[in-house]
Design a protein around this ligand. Structure first.
Ligand SMILES: [Zn+2]
Length: 318
């Protein structure tokens, strides 16, 4: 028996119980995320599991200021060392998964021209500067190349440098440049150039994304926005982590999503994967098998964002 995993499980159980007692049940909050009924072009509940892949370039905003370089490298190192294990599990069980990838991972030396760089007043770092001698800012290119060879994985843009599009300092031109650079860098590997996920789910300048050919994004509320000739926005979905959600609760979310004929959209970052807790075997593998079994039983459809876009656009055209 794996005692360390057992121990972490117990600690997590106590923490979840605490949240339930203090009436902040994470599960309840997530239940509202699988309530909204799907547009008519989807006869069954749909599931999209996704990973935001950022390594050093994510999470730079930390309690009103920018996160220290040390902390960013530390977190990125964990995410990086988890990457291949998670990929291997997805391949082994043939689970479809969407990876939203920041362009910086393809070329950490690239930056927009000075006047179009993200430089918010709350941050004193150069947003585009990669740290010296850091393993988290290279090798990602090779890994993304590997992801792109998989028939089960969808790769789409998460912007270039994980800037906050809704930050007051960000102009339309800055947003456009960030999207454009990312599009060029990911062109070779993106499964769809119609889908893009906003960093931190902060939706703004949708017309800029639309002008660059993007047609669908993960939205920032619990509803579908599917007007013709506008960026389609799906419901935001929910953050999934075995630290905050038991396997049974995760399965329950799937069940309720099926019952409501809703969009079941869990998303995560690889920093949240705890190998010491044996998360792959104790949480993700059984959850993926459960979702696949539900699909086989005809209760839901596992879907890509590319396909979501196609179905809604066809519906809008008819
Ligand atoms: Zn992100």
């Amino acid at each position: 028996m794996n005692f360390e995993a057992e121990f972490i499980d117990n600690v997590r159980f106590i923490r979840r119980a605490y949240y339930a007692i203090t009436n902040q049940s994470r599960v309840k909050k997530k239940l509202v995320k699988v309530q909204e009924k799907l547009p008519d072009c989807f006869p069954l509940a749909i599931v999209n599991f996704s990973i935001d892949y950022e390594l050093f370039w994510g999470n730079a905003f930390d309690h009103g200021t920018s996160m220290s370089e040390e902390k960013r490298i530390h977190q990125a190192s964990i995410a990086r060392s988890n990457s291949f294990s998670f990929y291997a599990l997805l391949e082994e069980v043939k689970m479809n998964c969407t990876w939203s990838v920041v362009g910086k991972l393809m070329d950490p030396d690239k930056a927009p021209s000075l006047e179009l760089q993200f430089s918010p007043p709350w941050s004193d770092i150069n947003w585009y500067q990669k740290p010296d001698a850091d393993i988290t800012t290279y090798e990602a290119y090779e890994f993304i190349k590997l992801l792109a060879t998989s028939p089960y994985l969808e790769i789409l843009s998460h912007g270039f440098a994980h800037i906050d599009y809704a930050d007051l300092s960000v102009t339309k031109q800055m947003a456009s440049e960030d999207l454009k650079i990312a599009k060029e860098l990911l062109h070779e590997f993106a499964s769809t150039e119609k889908a893009f996920f906003y960093p931190c789910n902060k939706v703004k300048y949708e017309e800029v994304a639309y002008a660059l050919g993007y047609r669908v994004t993960r939205g920032s509320d619990n509803h579908w926005h599917i007007s013709k000739n506008e960026l389609i926005k799906t419901p935001i979905g929910f953050w999934i982590s075995p630290a905050m959600l038991s396997l049974n609760d995760a399965k329950r979310l799937v069940d309720i999503g099926i019952k409501n004929k809703s969009f079941i959209h869990p998303w995560m970052h690889l920093i949240e994967l705890n190998m010491k807790a044996d998360d792959l075997e104790r949480f993700y593998r059984p959850l993926f098998l459960y979702i696949q079994a539900q699909e086989k039983a005809g209760n839901l459809e596992i879907i890509t964002f590319g396909n979501i876009e196609k179905r809604i656009s066809n519906m809008n055209d008819n």
